[in-house]
Design a protein around this ligand. Structure first.
Ligand SMILES: C[S@@+](CC[C@H](N)C(=O)[O-])C[C@H]1O[C@@H](n2cnc3c(N)ncnc32)[C@H](O)[C@@H]1O
Length: 234
């Protein structure tokens, strides 16, 4: 079990959904939202089937966990039209915002699943079916008593690693140094993963700097990227 059932990595925040987001949810939701269904045990294959029927052919699939308002997601999907991106997020205004971006930018290579990513990984992602996983600025859960809610912990990282195909990658970013250190330690200890850098990685060009990140960097705060590759099973 990747996380004990009662401990979630998020709390449901009340957030206002704008009129534009609500419209995107109503109009584009039926086409781009994937239902949470634990009986679908290979979501990547199901998406490939659907895309194929629509005349699209994506050679690779990348899962993003916790896309927030989806700015990086839309940016990266536009850069890589041959890759299918599945974004997982629980916060409804964020889901609406990304659907709106899909409509505005005509992003055919994005799907969204509005559900706890831990359960999605546990039930709907088949072993070795992903080319990559992106987790940008996961909730840092600053207080010690909340550390158990952090996403990046050994059982979840093991589960993630088994879902990535050999040669694929996991890319994390955080602006909270103690969490960056925990990430380096946990990913470094996972035998199925190998660091692509000596410690933290340079920011890959495809990950856009967020407004929040630019301001933080101006104030002298750091941002740490980690890129680990999935090794072939021994
Ligand atoms: C701090 S925000 C970062 C958002 C975005 N990645 C960014 O860089 O701006 C973390 C996001 O992860 C989402 N999240 C946390 N745990 C999650 C889970 N288990 N499944 C899906 N989304 C999750 C939260 O709802 C939140 O929107």
């Amino acid at each position: 079990m990747a996380h004990p059932r009662a401990i979630r990595t998020f709390v449901m925040r009340a957030g206002r959904t704008t009129i534009g987001q609500a419209r995107a949810l109503a109009e584009l939701g039926p086409r781009y939202l994937l239902p949470y269904d634990p009986d679908t045990t290979d979501l990547v294959a199901a998406c490939a089937l659907q895309s194929g029927a629509e005349g699209q052919n994506h050679s690779k699939t990348v899962l993003e966990i916790g896309f927030g308002m989806g700015h990086a997601t839309a940016h990266i999907a536009a850069l890589m039209p041959d890759t299918l991106f599945i974004g997982c997020e629980v916060h409804e205004p964020g889901v609406g915002a990304l659907l709106k971006a899909i409509g505005e930018q005509q992003l055919a290579n994005l799907r969204i699943i509005q559900h706890d990513a831990v359960e999605v990984l546990q039930h709907m992602i088949a072993p070795a079916s992903l080319h990559g996983v992106h987790i940008f600025f996961p909730d840092p859960w600053h207080k010690k008593r909340h550390h158990k809610r952090r996403l990046i912990q050994p059982p979840l990282v093991r589960l993630l690693a088994t879902r990535i195909a050999p040669g694929g990658y996991v890319h994390l970013a955080t602006d909270w140094e103690p969490y960056a250190q925990q990430m380096l330690q946990v990913l470094g200890a996972e035998p199925l993963l190998a660091n692509t850098a000596d410690g933290y990685a340079p920011r890959p060009a495809y990950r856009p700097e967020t407004k929040f990140e630019r301001r933080g960097l101006r104030l002298g705060h750091g941002v740490w990227d980690l890129v680990f590759r999935r090794l072939p099973t021994a």
